[in-house]
Design a binder for this molecule. Structure first.
Ligand code: SF4
Ligand code: SF4
Length: 322
């Protein structure tokens, strides 16, 4: 698959910010929330209830109840789930890399930690090279620790408040918050959730994406089941050109993967294309096309024999038009 997009990372950032905004505003705009006071959900401004209470109280007949369960329960849940998994089967963890608010936070904090210490996480053993894919030198500056801490606490607090508005009326939560009048339980929820998110964002954000997130795990599993799914492909025919590069693609990967390796070793790849963008920049200085690009269908199959390598060369023939 040849990617024509010129401003891939900029467009991805716009989508991530838009989805993050939607995540925070969905309860406020009554797009989606579960109101514990009312005892049912709100979807697109409408009460989202299966009508079981009406049936039990004799206000609705059995046909009505079955209709409600199918139309308001099974179809949205299973239809939405099937569509989501089909996208993952065909394109991998696109949701993670392009929309997920958690991955947005992962990338933001990685970026700030790199600016502060040269390392994308406190668990990284060695600092990344100061030379960036476009050739400029970026030296760590400890002042960025302040921005890192502010980002961790800020996102953690925002997430804690947003989550509470998914459960209780947003007008009440924001009203109480801005008038410093939160109830004891509301203050407790926001404080505990903020502390837990701070810990997770600081120490375990990659671990969560890799091993703890069910949404990510299911996408990875169905993606692995399709050998022809879209994947980051490496042009092995030109592998020698990596010799004068500082592994810019590995350094750029927010999930700390090795993008030139086999698909099964990239189980948690989020299709963010940071590795591709890095190689585009490295090769641009030499007026050459990238060695990494998205491939799919037959081009995504593992390369083992010489014939397959020749075929892969054809897949990359016109690559690099980014
Ligand atoms: S694939 Fe590209 S970015 Fe990665 S090491 Fe080779 S030249 Fe560098
Ligand atoms: S391997 Fe490339 S596309 Fe996959 S997560 Fe890493 S940088 Fe993103």
């Amino acid at each position: 698959m040849k990617m024509q997009e010129k401003n891939l990372q900029r467009n991805r950032l716009i989508l991530q910010i838009s989805f993050m905004t939607l995540f925070v505003l969905a309860p406020v705009l009554d797009i989606f929330r579960i109101d514990l006071n009312l005892g049912h959900g709100i979807l697109l401004g409408q009460n989202w209830t299966l009508g079981i209470d009406d049936f039990i109280q004799g206000k609705a007949d059995i046909n009505n109840a079955v209709f409600n369960i199918i139309v308001k329960g099974f179809i949205p849940l299973f239809g939405g789930g099937a569509l989501f998994l089909w996208v993952a089967w065909r394109f991998g963890r696109l949701y993670c890399g392009w929309l997920c608010p958690h991955f947005f936070v992962v990338e933001m904090i990685n970026g700030l930690m790199i600016r502060a210490s040269g390392k994308p996480s406190i668990w990284e053993k060695k600092a990344l090279p100061e030379k960036q894919p476009d050739g400029h030198i970026q030296k760590p500056r400890s002042v960025y620790w302040l921005w890192t801490i502010l980002a961790v606490v800020g996102f953690a607090f925002l997430w804690a408040v947003a989550l509470l508005t998914y459960l209780l009326p947003p007008a009440e939560i924001y009203g109480n918050l801005f008038s410093f009048n939160l109830t004891r339980n509301q203050s407790f929820f926001i404080s505990v959730a903020t502390i837990l998110f701070c810990i997770e964002f600081t120490f375990a954000r990659h671990l969560f994406c890799r091993f703890a997130c069910a949404v990510g795990l299911f996408q990875s599993l169905v993606w692995m089941a399709n050998p022809r799914a879209m994947v980051v492909g490496f042009n092995r025919d030109r592998a020698a050109e990596c010799r004068d590069c500082n592994n810019a693609c590995d350094n750029a990967c927010p999930m700390r993967l090795k993008p030139r390796t086999l698909k099964r070793k990239m189980f948690t790849c989020t299709e963010c294309a940071q590795c591709i963008s890095a190689c585009v920049q490295v090769q641009k200085a030499k007026s050459l096309p990238t060695l990494l690009q998205w491939v799919d269908k037959d081009c995504a199959l593992p390369v083992v024999t010489g014939r397959e390598q020749k075929k892969q060369k054809d897949c990359f023939e016109n690559g690099g038009d980014y």
